[in-house]
Design a protein around this ligand. Structure first.
Ligand SMILES: N[C@@H](CCC(=O)N[C@@H](CS)C(=O)NCC(=O)O)C(=O)O
Length: 228
């Protein structure tokens, strides 16, 4: 008998949620998605702080548990354990990495520094101002100029931590790519996408060829959607 599918709580518009749905698709794990925004009633019913995503695990060892697992990196570790292949881990010796934990270091950079730099500092204020329709492009650019200056620093440092070509760790697709991609796909969709270097643009193109990326595009800013 096949196991019941997982449930992911989170709108496709949420970049952390997309990191997980990318991996669920990539690893061929069936899931349902409950498309809610952060701090909605459903978000709070599933997450103590109303954040996204939560993964609801229906069964463990054939026993119904409906366990709610929060925090994207904890969810990633669970997914790797139940579906180790195809692997999203690296090994020391992949591209510039000496030890496998450098992949988790990059993941943490993306979440802790990339999310505020890309989403909070630039994407959200740009989208809010554009949707409101009261300011000119020049006025919006002026309002977010500090955010863009900070974004440039993040992008330069992230690029510096990447292999010179291929995925973040060269030939090996990993969680590092799945954590960074949703942020830069949003960035690419707005005018400030012009900040993406040639290296990032090549990487975006390579990522865009993945079935998992195509399957998770609906409902994201990259295709012009809005929450949920
Ligand atoms: N540390 C959390 C961060 C998740 C996160 O920030 N999710 C965003 C949506 S993409 C959110 O729920 N934000 C709500 C807020 O900032 O108040 C994780 O890794 O899961």
């Amino acid at each position: 008998m096949s196991s019941p599918p997982y449930t992911i709580i989170g709108t496709p518009f949420s970049t952390f949620t997309r990191s997980i749905t990318l991996a669920l698709h990539y690893k061929g794990l069936a899931f349902n998605q409950v498309r809610v925004t952060p701090h909605s009633d459903t978000a709070y019913e599933n997450h103590p702080f109303g954040f996204l995503p939560t993964l609801v695990i229906p069964e463990i060892d054939g026993k119904t548990v409906n366990l709610k697992l929060r925090e994207t990196q904890a969810i990633a570790r669970y997914i790797d354990r139940v579906a180790p292949e195809p692997s999203l881990l690296i090994s020391g010796g992949d591209a510039h990495a000496l030890i496998e934990e450098q992949m988790w270091e990059f993941v943490s950079f993306a979440g802790a520094h990339g999310f505020p730099a890309v989403e909070k500092g630039v994407v959200k204020p740009r989208v809010a101002a554009t949707d409101e329709g009261k300011l000119t492009d020049a006025q919006i650019r002026q309002n977010i100029q500090d955010g863009v200056a900070h974004l440039r620093k993040f992008l330069a440092r992230a690029e510096n931590a990447m292999a010179p070509e291929g995925y973040v760790f060269g030939e090996k697709l990993s969680w590092a790519d799945f954590f960074l991609y949703p942020l830069l796909a949003d960035l690419q969709a707005i005018s400030e996408g012009e900040e993406l270097s040639d290296r990032f643009q090549k990487w975006m193109k390579k990522m865009g060829e993945l079935d998992a990326v195509k399957a998770t595009a609906a409902g994201t800013l990259s295709v012009g959607a809005r929450p949920p």
